[in-house]
Design a protein around this ligand. Structure first.
Ligand code: ZN
Length: 178
């Protein structure tokens, strides 16, 4: 079921979400939460969503990036459920992308982040998994998983001159980059 999205200012977005008890995974209530996250992500047009964004303070996030072409880089991550994730930063290189967020509608901001990460997580079958990512996918992972620790992308904008409304971003910024 599509749920309303909690927006910037809602304290649930600032809490550290609770770890999912492993015996809660695969229950009907847990599967319903995943279905609600999926329906909401699709309805609002996101490429990822975290449980706090629908008001549930649990460490669960979904990402789906199938055949997405961003900055001439083809990214392919089938629908993946990240439960109780831990992000490890690999290397010292960083990258900057213009990010947006369902919880901060209408805005874009340029965020510098590490460009190579490895995520340890539990999948929706309860199995431990690892995912290593570089480039845009590494940024998407860090953005979504930040939501589980009360962090929003706007917190990571170093220079607020690099914060823009979507329309102004399209008019003045995106076309100049290409
Ligand atoms: Zn977000």
């Amino acid at each position: 079921m599509v749920k309303p999205i909690c927006r910037l200012g809602n304290p649930v977005l600032r809490e550290e979400a609770k770890l999912v008890p492993l015996d809660f995974i695969k229950t009907d209530d847990f599967n319903q939460l995943i279905a609600d996250l999926y329906d909401s992500m699709k309805h609002y047009g996101g490429i990822g969503i975290a449980a706090p964004q629908i008001g549930v303070s649990l460490q669960v996030a979904l990402i789906q990036l199938e055949g997405v072409n961003r900055y001439d880089e083809l990214i392919d991550l089938p629908l993946t459920t990240f439960i109780n994730p831990q992000v490890e930063i690999l290397g010292t290189e960083t990258q900057s992308f213009w990010e947006g967020c369902l919880s901060v509608p209408g805005l874009r901001g340029l965020v510098e982040r590490p460009n190579h990460v490895r995520v340890k997580y539990v999948d929706k079958k309860g199995e431990e998994k690892f995912l290593e990512a570089k480039g845009f996918l590494a940024t998407v992972l860090q953005h979504e998983l930040d939501h589980l620790f009360g962090v929003l992308y706007v917190d990571r904008i170093k220079d607020t001159k690099n914060l823009s409304y979507q329309e102004e971003y399209e008019s003045f910024i995106v076309n100049k980059e290409s």
